[in-house]
Design a binder for this molecule. Structure first.
Ligand code: SF4
Ligand code: SF4
Length: 107
């Protein structure tokens, strides 16, 4: 999950990625600030259920969520595979070649 200059998630809680996710592994609870800007109150991805299809990345209008190339995540408990917003925004792995945000049309 990419962040803006203020360190906030670029997600605007549009709801497209949880809608399109074939594994139904994205949990989104949208919020809205006093100026009417939407943001995710809760945004979680269950990496046990994710099939790394990249649809969330493809559908995001803000280019906020990306599939990374790092897949060898290991944990000692199952609940650690549910990535919340804090853990998602802390990811620094390169974006996969499924889609290059700097070249969105693949030209
Ligand atoms: S990459 Fe994972 S989280 Fe994204 S749409 Fe596909 S299954 Fe869902
Ligand atoms: S598609 Fe993008 S902006 Fe919309 S809820 Fe998902 S991450 Fe947020």
């Amino acid at each position: 999950m990419l962040t803006d200059e203020q360190g906030r998630a670029k997600c605007v809680a549009c709801g497209l990625c949880p809608q399109i996710c074939p594994a139904n592994c994205i949990k989104l609870v949208p919020g809205e600030d006093e100026e009417g800007h939407r943001y995710p109150l809760i945004y979680e991805i269950d990496e046990f259920r994710c099939i790394f299809c990249g649809y969330c990345q493809e559908v995001c209008p803000e280019e906020a969520i990306h599939v990374g190339v790092h897949y060898e995540n290991s944990e000692y408990s199952r609940d650690r595979f549910v990535y919340d917003l804090e853990r998602l925004t802390a990811q620094t792995h390169p974006v996969s070649t499924l889609w290059d945000p700097s070249d969105p049309k693949g030209e």
